[in-house]
Write a protein that binds this ligand. Structure first.
Ligand code: MF3
Ligand code: CO
Ligand code: CO
Length: 268
């Protein structure tokens, strides 16, 4: 498989799917409070998707070497880096949770995630979530034709590390379209001028996983999916699906509830 460049019809399909994925996050947002279980969040999201006429890309998803993923979204709490499976444990005040939603509409995929603060959280946890959001945007704001993927990774890594955090290396962003994970890989670290050159019509995710402590991760338990920080430090992640336009980028996973871009991002 190689990079796919979307034509106008494909871009329109990606816009629809992306917005719907973001609207699932909008829908669950008021429910994320102390006491709710991640399984209840999953059920709410599944109901929302049914009403939208979308299907979850994660339910039953089974890349080579993995068991089928058992839920409609991923919920990664505190030191869980990614791919957390919804369970019966209630969220408690002070938790931070990433909710990652991927929907399919008319064959097109939209993939987005946000961090949620459960009740009042520590200043350190809040700072990690906020700066990880900014790290994602440090990557997004550089997207335009002629830029290389290494420029994107470099910007994210430099920003995260200059704030005292580390960047997870084992998981990355990805091309997306009629396939969930397609080329190219979008690393969240790297060297300027290296890797693929961006061209109009490319669609991919930027989804940095940033750790408060060391960057090392490991598998947790035996569910085949859950990834945690080795040092048990907190981890955060945000994700948008973006399109490379003739002059820059378009974020495809925006909705009414999306937080605004950070102030350092120029309009256009
Ligand atoms: N949505 C994740 C991503 O951003 C992938 C989750 S795969 C799952 O690429 F099976 F764990 F759900
Ligand atoms: Co993704
Ligand atoms: Co995702």
């Amino acid at each position: 498989m190689s990079i796919t460049y979307k034509d106008e019809a494909g871009i329109q399909g990606m816009r629809v799917a992306g917005k719907l994925a973001a609207e699932v996050l909008d829908y669950i947002t008021p429910h994320i409070k102390p006491g709710i279980t991640t399984k209840e969040i999953d059920r709410l999201a599944a109901e929302c998707m049914a009403r939208q006429g979308t299907t979850s890309a994660t339910l039953g998803y089974q890349p080579a070497g993995y068991p089928p993923y058992p839920a409609s979204l991923c919920t990664s709490v505190n030191h869980v880096v990614c791919h957390g499976i919804p369970n019966e444990k209630p969220l408690k005040k002070g938790d931070i949770v990433n909710v990652d939603v991927t929907v399919i509409k008319d064959g097109w995929f939209g993939d987005t995630s946000r961090m949620f603060l459960v009740g009042e959280v520590s200043i350190a946890a809040k700072r990690l979530c906020a700066l990880t959001y900014d790290a994602m945007w440090q990557g997004i704001m550089r997207v335009k034709p002629g830029v290389h993927l290494g420029d994107i990774g470099f910007a994210i890594q430099r920003f995260a590390e200059s704030n005292g955090f580390s960047v997870v290396r084992e998981f990355c962003g990805h091309g997306i379209g009629r396939v969930f994970h397609e080329e190219p890989q979008v690393l969240h670290y790297g060297k300027p001028g290296t890797l693929e050159e961006l061209k109009p019509g490319m669609t991919f995710t930027i989804e940095p996983m940033i750790n408060a402590g060391r960057r090392d991760v490991k598998e947790f338990g035996n569910d085949g999916w859950t990834i945690v920080t080795k040092d048990h430090s907190l981890s955060a992640q945000w994700e948008h699906t973006v399109l490379v336009t003739e002059s820059g980028y378009e974020v495809l996973t925006l909705s009414a509830g999306s937080p605004p871009p950070p102030p350092f991002v120029n309009a256009g």
